[in-house]
Write a protein that binds this ligand. Structure first.
Ligand code: HEM
Length: 547
């Protein structure tokens, strides 16, 4: 059986992108005639794009140096090329063409997976065929020539990363040893929220400070961020946040050059230029961090014992017994994956959870009732309390169902030809699993657009890749290596946000006015950041416990 080829046109994209894709789909697959106007439009656009690239290249010489300092982050061009975001467009197409659909984007066959049964076929039954990544500009530039964990093709290098993560970086012993950091940072977040009691706060700002500081201490060994302007030894939290957001946006964007290789050179949307700038900025920051680690290691020499992930990676670089030699560049690539992978995803999940709860205040009542019963009002929630808090767990799962931080899994690719559901899948096909669609499958979820944590109570649905109707972290070989850490951060963070504060919207704003629209980017964050007002719930002395 062969796929139905849909004529996928970028209805919402601006005219030039629409024109380019229309020409390619027409010419390659539907054998329709290309009008001379199409060709003329494309040629004019390509000439203009080339000129634009030349001029910007000449003008930008040397302006991308790190640190950005007090200068605003350079935003080049309009990121929001496709409206609505791709997972929504694909969801609509899947509703029309079925849970397994193939599009030809330019010259690349792209398989869109939109049901739990099909996701299981790709990520479990045929995982050995679909566990690699395609070659894209993001992998080449931000993934440092496919050497990062996220972009490494399936093979010895990727297997080494997985082994290091399982046995060293994310082993349960190591994660337990970081519990005090998680608690300290959580208390620092609570103190910072307390300082703004009664005033409208932009929650996302507070949450990203929390996740940045936490990940920085776990991965790099200390807070490399502060709240004052940039100085020599630390990076302003806003600067790194913009870098992480840029990373997520570039990974969620549709780069025309990935699908129509002869257009790659032109970098029509400017994404490649942005990726190169981004990596330069990451590099200069990580160079600074690793230089400091090297000096410490040299000073402590014989007694040096790595206490954080960066220290461990430095040690492994010198290990002659590894199957693959680790280069400094690939170590920086993994550090980048760990930092970026854990920041936006966790803060966006927490922000969505609180937004849904503010929209449905009766759920907050249920959650706080549970917290008062299990934890009481004399202390903060600790990680050991989480197994006794099923309602908090249900809220977290419901948030991950309705607002998965990875609305589509990063692309997988077929290592060989194979047949799934009676369809032939060609070697090299790109596979996109739409987790956003899985969470809206009405065969599994009653009223999927409603936020109802109760649907998880008493059910054995986990988020660790075993229940295919809910796979926020993916499944199979490529499952997120940081999911245990992420679950600890999200569940304990959410429990304390509800335990410590009463939440409401600013004066004159009704719950109906609270927008739940998604913005662009791989983590599908809120389009408009949540602004909320907080009141205290616990004894005053608990909030003054700043680390
Ligand atoms: C709520 C938080 C998080 C979510 C929703 C999430 C989700 C995901 C997803 C969906 C994938 C891709 C799976 C696939 O390709 O099938 C992934 C991969 C990855 N994640 Fe996470 N993640 C989260 C937190 C973290 C954290 C805390 C870290 C590290 C500190 C991390 C590091 C990574 C890395 C390195 C990969 C690449 C793995 C590979 O390609 O083999 N993530 N994550």
């Amino acid at each position: 059986m062969d796929f139905i080829y849909t004529d996928f046109t970028f209805k919402y994209a601006p005219w030039p992108a629409y024109c380019l894709f229309n020409i390619t789909t027409k010419a390659t697959f539907n054998s329709m005639e290309i009008s001379c106007w199409d060709v003329l439009a494309l040629s004019c656009f390509a000439a203009l794009a080339f000129l634009f690239k030349l001029v910007t290249l000449l003008r930008s010489g040397g302006s991308n140096k790190f640190p950005p300092g007090p200068k605003p982050w350079p935003i080049i061009g309009n990121m929001n090329l496709i409206r609505p975001p791709p997972h929504r467009s694909f969801h609509k197409l899947s509703q029309k063409y079925g849970p397994l659909m193939q599009l030809k984007l330019g010259s690349v066959p792209v398989v869109i997976v939109a049901s739990a049964e099909m996701a299981k076929q790709f990520l479990k039954d045929h995982d050995h065929i679909f566990c690699t990544r395609p070659q894209t500009a993001a992998g080449k530039y931000t993934g440092r020539n496919y050497s990062s964990f996220l972009w490494a093709p399936y093979g010895p290098h990727w297997r080494l990363w997985r082994k290091i993560c399982q046995s060293e970086l994310f082993s349960s012993k190591r994660l337990d040893s970081y519990e005090y950091i998680r608690m300290e940072e959580m208390k620092a977040l609570m103190s910072s929220l307390y300082a703004s009691l009664g005033k409208p706060i932009v929650l996302e700002k507070k949450l990203s400070c929390f996740t940045f500081s936490l990940m920085s201490r776990i991965v790099l060994g200390k807070r490399y961020f502060n709240d004052s302007r940039y100085n020599k030894s630390t990076l302003h939290v806003e600067e790194f946040k913009k870098m992480a957001q840029e990373f997520m946006k570039l990974h969620g964007a549709f780069n025309i050059g990935d699908w129509i290789p002869w257009l790659e050179f032109f970098d029509l949307q400017g994404y490649v230029r942005r990726m190169k700038t981004l990596v330069k900025n990451f590099d200069q920051f990580f160079d600074f961090v690793y230089d400091e680690h090297k000096v410490n290691r040299e000073r402590e020499k014989d007694i040096f014992e790595p206490r954080n992930m960066a220290g461990l990676l430095l040690e492994l670089m010198d290990d002659p017994n590894l199957d693959v030699k680790l280069t400094y560049d690939s170590v920086k690539a993994l550090t980048q994956d760990l930092m970026v992978g854990g920041i936006e995803t966790t803060s966006s999940t927490l922000e969505w959870a609180v937004s849904e709860l503010i929209k449905h205040p009766h759920l907050i009542e249920k959650a706080t009732e549970e917290l008062d019963k299990v934890v009481g009002r004399e202390r903060w929630v600790e990680e050991k309390d989480i197994p006794q808090l099923p309602y908090i767990d249900a809220i977290m799962k419901e948030t991950m169902r309705k607002h998965p931080a990875s609305a589509m899994l990063p692309p997988h690719a077929a290592l060989e030809d194979c047949e799934i559901g009676g369809f032939h899948i060609q070697q090299g096909s790109v596979v996109l699993v739409n987790t956003w669609s899985l969470g809206r499958d009405s065969r599994f979820w009653d009223c999927p657009e409603e936020f109802r944590p109760e649907r998880f109570l008493g059910k054995e649905i986990d988020v660790k890749g075993n229940s295919f109707e809910l796979i926020p972290f993916g499944s199979g070989r490529r499952i997120c290596p940081g999911y245990n850490l992420a679950l600890k951060m999200v569940s304990c963070g959410l429990a304390n946000l509800l335990h410590g504060f009463k939440w409401r919207l600013p004066e004159n704003m009704k719950t109906e006015d609270l927008s739940m629209e998604e913005g662009c980017g791989a983590s599908a964050p809120r389009k408009v950041p949540l602004v909320a007002v907080l009141d205290r719930r616990l004894p005053i002395n608990l909030y003054q416990n700043v680390c």
